[in-house]
Design a protein around this ligand. Sequence first.
Ligand SMILES: C[C@H](O)[C@H](O)[C@H]1CNC2=NC(N)=NC(=O)C2=N1
Length: 91
Amino acid sequence: MADRLDDDEIEQRLPDGWERDGDEITRTYEFDDYLKGISFVTDIGEVAEEEFHHPEIVVGYKEVEVRLTTHDAGGITDKDMRLADLFDDEY
Ligand SMILES: C[C@H](O)[C@H](O)[C@H]1CNC2=NC(N)=NC(=O)C2=N1
């Protein structure tokens, strides 16, 4: 099981555009239209399944909010940071 990162590690490793919110990291991606957001959700869903590590996703109008935490560890781990980078690659 992945170990929880400490506050300093989280601060250092948080990718650009992401924020820490308690035991989660989050980013809201913006799109030109609604269906581009839906397409992005499909893309990151496939990445999540490949990595077997899953975000919470809130789909809005021309924006998608993604939240990551490691439930098995009860906090933020390397898995969350890795997935954040992979999701950014899809954007
Ligand atoms: C049994 C456990 O749910 C699985 O190992 C995976 C599935 N996807 C997951 N996703 C996230 N975000 N955290 C987990 O701990 C996690 N665990």
